[in-house]
Design a protein around this ligand. Structure first.
Ligand SMILES: C[S@@+](CC[C@H](N)C(=O)[O-])C[C@H]1O[C@@H](n2cnc3c(N)ncnc32)[C@H](O)[C@@H]1O
Length: 278
């Protein structure tokens, strides 16, 4: 690398390397502002500022990793969810905007309770638990995951957003050992094993967060079966799911005879969250 780039030349070099991504210019700018530790607006205001050789090398390296398919959030080390900034790493699923719907429903139910106790099972980066605690200061939460590394990151995120006094983090297999709560939030792995090993998402994100067994329902089914004995009176189970609404409804109907079922749709009008109100 003999030629030293200025800001504009670096962005253009990033754009041509990232031409196969959805938004090459935006991604190139985001990655350069990450390397230079400046806001994106600074880049626009300083197009002819020369890069140091170190920054130039770091930028080309990170752009190449993006070109190879590494998701932007893992490269940046953080991602936005529900208006809050969450640290993310290879041990956790990147928080998805669809899951914000689950948080909205949990907030609205929690607000109606005096002292809500909520369990977030499969907490990952802690995005659901921390967002809920942040928005509902009277809520207490138990955030569980089978992955110890995920729990470490979730705990860091709760410290970052000053919600750690509301959330207890526990390593647990689904609901095993957890007390009765008012709300169970569950965004568990729901891809089939085949999808986990063939879809692009499985190349980069942890299989522990994706693989829901041969039909994708292994963890969701187990959660529905055990949820009733972990819910307080008038408790609610909130489940995020993929494609299996009909089968999930059948399992719920078998386990919760008198519950009210509500299906919530995401912005793409796909059924996404099942609310089981007992
Ligand atoms: C689809 S990710 C969801 C992460 C996060 N809640 C979110 O909404 O982005 C599923 C999470 O469930 C965890 N998990 C997988 N098997 C589990 C089990 N048997 N018990 C508890 N958590 C489990 C994974 O480690 C992962 O963090």
């Amino acid at each position: 690398m003999n030629h030293k780039y200025n800001v504009l030349e670096a962005i253009d070099a990033g754009v041509s390397l990232l031409e196969r991504t959805d938004n090459p210019r935006l991604e190139s700018e985001v990655l350069l502002s990450h390397i230079l530790n400046v806001p994106r607006s600074w880049l626009i205001a300083h197009p002819s500022k020369p890069l140091s050789l170190t920054n130039q090398t770091q930028f080309i390296n990170i752009v190449n990793r993006r070109k190879e398919g590494l998701p932007l959030p893992y490269l940046l080390g953080h991602w936005e969810f529900f208006g809050l900034d969450f640290l993310v790493d290879k041990h956790v699923l990147i928080p998805r905007p669809e899951t914000e719907l689950l948080v909205e429903i949990a907030i609205s139910i929690s607000n109606k309770l005096k002292r809500p106790l909520v369990a977030d099972i499969g907490t990952g980066s802690g995005n659901i638990a921390v967002s809920l605690a942040y928005k509902v200061p009277k809520a207490l939460l138990i955030a569980s995951d089978i992955s110890f590394n995920a729990l470490l990151l979730a705990k860091t995120n709760s410290l970052k957003h000053k919600t750690s006094r509301q959330i207890q983090f526990v390593q647990a297999d689904l609901l095993k050992g957890l007390p009765k709560v008012d709300i169970i939030c569950a965004n568990l792995p729901y891809l089939t094993t085949h999808e986990t090993f063939t879809l692009e998402v499985g190349l980069n994100e942890p299989h522990l967060a994706l693989n829901g067994g041969h039909n994708g329902l292994k963890y969701i089914k187990q959660t529905i079966i055990t949820a009733k004995s972990h819910l307080r009176e008038h408790g609610t189970l909130l489940l995020e799911f993929g494609d299996n609404l009909e089968t999930i409804m059948q399992i719920v109907a078998r386990c919760f005879a008198d519950a009210k079922l509500t299906t919530h749709y995401d912005l793409a009008r796909r059924p996404r969250i099942l609310q089981v109100s007992t």
